[in-house]
Write a protein that binds this ligand. Sequence first.
Ligand code: IMP
Ligand code: MG
Length: 174
Amino acid sequence: MEQVKTRMLFDENSIAARVQELGKQISVDHPEGNLLLIGILKGSFVFMADLARSLSLPCQIDFARISSYGTGTVSAGQLKVVMDVGISVKDRHVILVDDIVDSGLTLSEYRKRLESASPKSLKIAAMIDKTARREKFVHVDYYGFRIEDGFLVGYGLDWDEKYRNLGGIYIIEP
Ligand code: IMP
Ligand code: MG
């Protein structure tokens, strides 16, 4: 396996503590319940598992898979919904869950698509809000940590499909 140099940014304990805070906040903000969490595959799978278990409300969970054509570390800007959400979002309090918001293209586009199906509310939760390369405005209602730039791996985030299973979040050193 190709060796890359990484440096830890967030360890497992600080991630766990932060996710608990987000879970509490989401629970307080949605007293009505009726929550539907929609994870964007594949990167959201670890955050989704922890976030869902940190909620003190009943919720439903579903996933969508969206590909952004092209490989590498910068998304190509064209979206294709490979697998759409299976549960109806109509009249639901929906939270879109993703690993990271970078350019904002994925979530801004998918959000538009879901909004046309009349959810009662629609919010965004992302473990990382990465701000430097934002192209489309996305309001990240619940974020774990905010960074300016850099390529991150671990806690669901991959580099060439690797490192998703690391417990902490690391930055790849140039
Ligand atoms: P977008 O640019 O906001 O559309 O982000 C699309 C996707 O790019 C994210 O869901 C991630 O899968 C991926 N991505 C963006 N930045 C990183 C990173 O630093 N590490 C790993 N994946 C990333
Ligand atoms: Mg992703």
